[in-house]
Structure formats: structure tokens, C-alpha cells
Design a protein around this ligand. Sequence first.
Ligand code: ADP
Length: 766
Amino acid sequence: MVKAKTAIYKIPVIPLKDVTVFPGMVIGIATTTRQAKLAAEAAYQKDKLILFLLNKTNISEPDTKDLFKTGTIGVIRQFLRTNGDVKLLVEGLYRTKVSGVSQKKPFIKVSAEKVRDLIKNEEEIIALRSNFTKKFRNLIDRGKTFPVEILISVLSTNDTNKLIDLIIPYMEAKTEEKQEILEEEDTEKRLEKSLKILDHNLSLLKLEEKLTSKTHEELNKMQKEVFLREQLKTIQKELGGREGSEFGELEEKIVKAGMPKDVENKAKKELARLKIIPSFSPEVGFIKTYLDWLVALPWSVKSKTEVDIKKAQKILDEDHYGLTKIKERVIEYLAVQKITGKVKGPILLFVGPPGTGKTSIGQSIAKATSRKFTRMSLGGIRDEAEIRGHRRTYVGALPGRIIQGIKNIGTRNPVFMLDEIDKVGLDFRGDPSAALLEALDPEQNFQFSDHYLEAPFDLSDCFFITTANILDTIPPALRDRMEVIPFPGYTEEEKFHIAKQFLIPKQLKINGLLQFNIKFKDDAISKMISEYTKEAGVRELERTIASVLRKLTRKISEGEKTLEFISYSKIKEFLGSAKYLPLVIGKKSLTGSSYALAVTPAGGEVLQVESAVVPGKGSLILTGQLGNVMKESAQASLTYVRSKLEKDKSLSFKNQDIHIHVPAGAVSKDGPSAGTAIAASLYSEVTSKPIRKDIAMTGEITLKGTVLRVGGIKEKVLAASRAGIKTVILPKENESDLEDIPLKTRHSLNIFLVSNMDEVLKAALT
Ligand code: ADP
């Protein structure tokens, strides 16, 4: 080590930018300026001593005035020339202060004096120094690193200033701050300034620590999540690979379901949700059910339909006897479809009593247009949700019945028959008929929105047919959009042919009797119709035939000889004696009793109307399950009779009650068509003039006794004929409806057409 001198002359200076060299420091320097290079050369040649001074400016070859006056003298330990540059390794020796300039060019040479260490208050210095070392240790504790040789030097020194010189170069601080410490002669002040720098470094370390721990935390959280997800996957795999493959299967089904893109995306999103929610969550079930529904719907499955009018006509004729007008109407409808290529136009509404062939015609339409056939009953639906589904937030929510039907049939263009549209209720739980319209109306149903699906389903290729027993109770909004095709029922003769050609062969087949060549005698068929059934359609008849054939099958299986012809007596043997007898038309006519013709959900019906005048207070009593319209009709009849009689012979009802009763109370009856019959029975009762028992009538009456047009003439006349009535009284306004009545029936009856009550009374009273 070079011995320190208090004064040095003509020492070459290397100006330094951004670094304050301290005694004890070992520093590598590459001289880039000519000034520095020459200074280094000169120093190396002489005594290897060089003075480092901090350059205050940015000038690369500064003047002496640009340099701080205090610097550190160092000794060159290594000298290396590379590519014209000089590289030095220098060890700082002691602090010096310039006392004079001896050369400025081509490099600076100065005279300098060693900086004295001023120690004024020893105790103070000891205290400060102990604080300094404490902070230094603290720095090390907090992770500050120093070269090992510095640590060793620090440990082995008692010299406060040396301690400062060793540590400060490794501190974060501005070069000027370090320069200040280098220049300071007063040790106490040096310590104070150094302590500040140490404090600053400590707080920097603390901040750093805080930041690291925070990033660490974040990192931990992320890692935890990744870890958990991985674990979840492993668990799912462990659970027999079942869940994994189930998801895979579902995904495949979603892709294959042919959904519209929007719906497919929605399904995929739900599947993604399903994958991450824990399997014990109740949501899993909900989402699975939902996805099962989505993938099971025939979004793009259609039967290949064709409308061949000739073929359609053939199928309709083959499957049905009679129904000529209906078949015609259906064929027209199909023709329009064939031309427009769409299921457009009004929705078909088949109205008629049970067993009149509504379903059967629907099935034939499906066959004729190569569509699948499905049906659903709307009877008793009161809740909109039954049509349109419940929202998924409901527990146990499901799609509505329309979507259910579509799913079950598996194509989106079937013939879809909606039965009992006349029994759709309307109450506080929304309006099912509005939802129905949305499903049925070709203008809106290409985007039918089911609450459960949350996605529109295209119903526009569905061929909807609705059916009803009666027109009156169909919500008007629905009826407006429908094309009504009446199925009025059959005459006895039509029933006979239907039984012979269709029902009997069908039942023989069902009961496995085809090979036995069994036939019904004609009179057996007729008697089955007249004595064992009482209906507008042929349902009961079909059941009766089935019942006979079942009994026969049993006999055959018990080894009895097969019958070739089933006679009336055999029927009686199988079924017991007649269930229905023709209306007993008594020889004696009764007063106060008449027969009305009406239409009930079961078809045309002959109803008895009875009136009685009893002592009382002049009130009107009505019994027998009468609807509001029928009650009003009774009121009007009474007023008519009163006004007529009061004119005739001023009869007073003041001390009498009028009781009108329509027996068969189990059947609810409504409508205005019993008006004439009620008025006739009342008039007969009051005047004691009996009414003929073989007569039945229908017609609405006004207060003045005018007879108005009513509906269902064909059904009513058929019912009268079935009941053995000989004469019917009909409103004159209904004359055109007579065309619908089969000729045979028309000829077997006396038909009176009337326009007022007087004519009714004239015909009916004996
Ligand atoms: P609805 O739907 O009107 O209650 P269906 O169509 O179910 O009546 O008819 C009941 C039974 O009567 C079915 O077996 C049907 O084939 C038969 N049927 C009804 N009308 C006729 C008809 N005109 N020709 C042949 N069979 C018929």
C-alpha cells in the first residue's frame, strides 16, 4: 500500500461523471476521452497515483472549474490498453482537496492536500456511530448485500471515517449527496449526513419488502386457483371418468342438435357453467335438465312432406265413410298449402261431439301429407305456463305442452292436434288463449317463445288442427283466427255403414278374429246402434262392438265352435237387454210438458221441458242446471205468455209461482234454442191445453213471440230422429240448413217451419 502523504504535487486528474470514488473502493474505469487517457498514462508512468474528481457538468473534457474540488486519490492496480482505450483497475486511498492547478492541457494536473478528519465531540460521535452500525446491520437483515471483503473491512475497523467511506458507496443516493459526505471534514456532520442516507435506504428496503410480499400474495392466489382447477379435473376423472365423458357426450349432442347458432352458443355457455360448479350444487340438476331439453328438441328435424291432392283424397276416402263436405274442405285447404308451399292461412277447428271422426280425419291428413301425428288435450288448462312453460327460476320448471309435444314427436313439422280447445280456462294466472294464439298463428309462430327454453322455437312448419265439442265456450280471440269445420254427427244409417265397413273389421283385427270370417247380421248392427248406444258419434258403438267381440274371443278360446253370423239374440246374450229404449211416446198427451231440441257437448239431444203453476208470490223458479242464456230465455218466454194471456182473458200470476224444470239435471244446458219449447210448455200449463207427445221443437223467441234462427239443426234433427220423434218444429229462418240433413231422415219426419209462436202453438197443441 502506498503511504499517504499530506500534500501531493502535479497529480494527474481523471474527471468522472456520475460516480464519487471513496477511499477503500476498488473501481474499474474505461477511459474514453483523450484527457482521461493521457492522465492515466502519465499516472501509470509516474507513481501510479491518480486523482478522481467529480465532473459537475456534462462536458466530456471539462476544465478545472467544472470539477468539484475534493476527490479521492487512488492507486492504479491494473493498466490495460485495448483498441486504443485504456482500462484501469484503481483502489481508492484517501480523500484529497485540490490546492492548486499545475496543468490544464492536454490533461489536468493539480496539487492536492489530504482532507483532515475533524473530531470535535467524541461522545456524540460514539453515539452516532453506534446508531450508524445498528442501521447498517438492519440493512443487512433486510437483505441489503455487500461484497464480502467490504463486510470484513467493516468488521475489522475502528475508524469512523473509514467505516463511512466503506459503506456509503454501496448506498442508494444521489452522486451530489455522496460528494457532500466525501468533502465533509467534521466527522460528526459526516455521520449525521450518512445516517440520513442509511435511513433513506432502510425505508426503500421496507417498501420493497412490502411490494414483494404483495406480489407474492397475488401470485399465491393465482397459483392456488390453478392448483384447485387442476385438482377438480383430477377429481372428475377419478369419479370414474363418467363426468368427463358425460360432458363430452353433451357437447357432442349440442353440436349435433342442429340448433340455431344463438341457441347453440347459449347451450355451450350453460355447459361451461356446468363444468365448473361443484357437483353437489342443486344447480347441476337444473342445468342438466335444461341442456337435455335443448339437445332433445328437433330443431332441424323435419319429415319430408309432400302434398299430393289425388293421394290425399284417396286416403281420406279409404279411411272414412261419408263426411263428404268435410273431406272437400280439407282437400281445398291442402291444395292451398300445396300452392303456397307453407302452412299458412287460418287454423283448422273441427267442432263436433265425441266420436264423429275429428281425430281420425287429422290422422288421415298426416298420412296424406307424410307428416307425423301428435295430439294433446288442452282440457282444463288455466295457466299460461302450461302452454308456454315456466321460467327456469321455478323449482321443477319445464317447457310448456306445445314444446313437450314437439319433443315427443321428434320432428318440427308434424300434424299437431290440440283437443278440447273449448275447455281452455281463463283466469288470474295469465291468459292461456293468448299464448295459444302465439303458438298457432302462422304470423307469429316462427318464433314461439317458451319461457323455459329462453330461446325461440320455429313452429311455422307445424300443421295445427284444433278440436272442440262446442263453439260457444271457445275464447273469442281464438275463434276469430280459426276456420270452423263442423262435425255434426251421424244418422243411424251412416252409423250402420261406418260400423260395417270400418269399426267391425278394425275390432276383428284388434281382437285377433280375422281368420274366423265372422260377420254381424245387419239387424244386429242396427239394434246395437239403436238399443245399446245413444250418441252423435260412433265411439260408444265402437266400444260395444269391441265388447261383443271380446266375449266371442273368450268363448272361442274356451273351445266353443266359432259363429259365422252374430245375430241380435247373440248380442242380447252378450250385452244383456237393451240399454236405451226409444223415447216412450205416451198415447196420452200431457199438459205443461214439451220436448226441446238442443245441442250439448255430447251432440244433439231431446230434452223434456216441464212447467208448473203453483200458489205463491208471482216468482219464477228455474231448475235443472240451466245456463244463463237459457234462464233468460225462460224469462222471455214467461213474459211472452203473460202478455199473450193478459190480452186474451186477463189472467193474473200475482198469487202464483211459475216453476220451469228441465230434467236430466246432470247435464248442464245452455243456449237460447229451447225458447219455443219453454213457451209452449208454459202456455199449455196455464191454459191446460195438452201438447202432442211425438213433437219436438227448437227456436229462440222474442218477447213478442217471433221465432228466431238457431244453430245445430242437423244435430238436433238427427237426435229427434234417433229418439223416435215424428214431427219437428224449426224456425223458418233455418230453412237452408235442411239441406245438410240426409234425405232419408228428412223424409221420415214431418218438418214444420215457423216464424212466430202462434204457429208453434197451432202445430203442437192437440
Ligand atoms: P273424435 O276425435 O271426433 O272424438 P274419432 O276420430 O276418435 O272421434 O273417432 C272415433 C272412432 O270412430 C275412430 O275409430 C274412427 O276411426 C271412427 N270413425 C269416426 N268417423 C268415421 C267415419 N266417418 N268413417 C269411418 N270411421 C269413423
